[in-house]
Design a protein around this ligand. Structure first.
Ligand SMILES: Cc1cc2nc3c(=O)[nH]c(=O)nc-3n(C[C@H](O)[C@H](O)[C@H](O)COP(=O)(O)O)c2cc1C
Length: 306
């Protein structure tokens, strides 16, 4: 029997637990030229804001040991153009569509989500309350429990489908923020966003990003993300989408054992854009070897030492 990769999150059925991470495949158009997006459980878009943003000047990415730094600065087409020009393409894709939303004020988050609520093809919204690469908004919301709760509660009033709160690792206690998101009415938690970092060019003595600092992602952050998923799973009831350095089926298994119901794949897409297809295949082989019929048998099953 072929093992079943299907997972259900907040009442929405995903054909497998593999999604793209926000900002790592734009709005999906280029990725669809590499493999049919139906192979993904879900596609998460680049963060959308109320108004279009050009983002920071280049260089805005830099390679590091076992990862990369980016300070894109939330470059995106803005919600109106997104709805007019990107939604028709996304609506044709046979995968779940999750729109990531960012803002500088609660009012902005609410306004964008209210407009997205009228778009039928959207299955969920992921609220980016954790962007480290903008001066205002983003991380301010996700670093303070009260602001986290308030922003989620406000968006829940206008967006009627499941809402994911995307959490920042750049906090003292991610559990405290996760509980605030739960309190505010979030349906799902996704974690983690990137960790603040920098790199310096030793010839010019300048930072390698025009924003001077950026967000670290890729395999370097996986152990941190896993420990955070594990901690949040132990203290919250909401389903978790694990993010951080995932590049193989083994990585997905680790995240699911620590409590994730699904995962998002980011930096690995820049190295091998069709990696989700390979991971899905390898996951089936792993489950078969372990004689498991469903991938859901892995969720939270890590065998911890006493
Ligand atoms: C180039 C780049 C752009 C990103 N843009 C966004 C974004 O717009 N919104 C967001 O919530 N996360 C953004 N992220 C963070 C990813 O969604 C993800 O949380 C992070 O990269 C960790 O996963 P990874 O290690 O698999 O890349 C971006 C990451 C990268 C590398």
């Amino acid at each position: 029997m072929t093992p079943d990769l299907k997972v259900v999150i907040a009442g929405v059925e995903f054909s497998n637990p593999l999604m793209t991470a926000s900002g790592c495949c734009g709005y999906g158009e280029e990725l669809s030229e590499i493999f049919p997006l139906s192979k993904l459980g879900g596609l998460v878009t680049k963060s959308i804001t109320l108004h279009p943003r050009l983002g920071h000047p280049t260089p805005r990415t830099a390679e590091t040991s076992c990862g990369m730094l980016n300070a894109i600065g939330l470059a995106n087409v803005g919600v109106d153009k997104f709805i007019a020009e990107k939604i028709p393409f996304l609506a044709r894709q046979k995968t779940k569509i999750i729109v990531n939303v960012a803002g500088s004020t609660i009012k902005e988050y609410v306004e964008v989500c209210a407009r997205l609520n009228d778009c039928e093809p959207i299955d969920m919204v992921e609220l980016n309350i954790s962007c480290p690469n903008v001066d205002e908004g983003g991380m301010e919301f996700g670093a303070d429990p009260k602001m986290t709760e308030k922003s989620i509660r406000a968006v829940k009033k206008v967006f009627q489908r499941p809402l994911i709160a995307k959490l920042s690792p750049n906090v003292t206690s991610i559990v405290e923020i996760a509980q605030a998101a739960e309190q505010g009415g979030a349906d799902v938690l996704s974690l983690i966003n990137s960790l603040v970092g920098t790199a310096i060019d030793i010839d010019t003595w300048q930072p390698r990003l025009t924003n001077n600092k950026g967000g670290l992602t890729g395999p370097a952050i996986k152990p941190i993300a896993l420990a955070m998923v594990d901690a949040v799973y132990s203290h919250c009831k909401l389903p978790i989408i694990g993010i951080g350095g995932i590049a193989s089926a083994a990585d997905v298994v680790e995240f699911m054992l620590c409590g994730a119901t699904a995962v998002e794949i980011g930096t690995a897409l820049f190295i091998q854009p069709d990696i989700p297809v390979k991971i899905a295949k390898d996951l089936k082989t792993y489950l078969k070897d372990k004689k498991l019929t469903s991938i859901t048998n892995l969720i939270g099953k890590v065998r911890k030492y006493k």
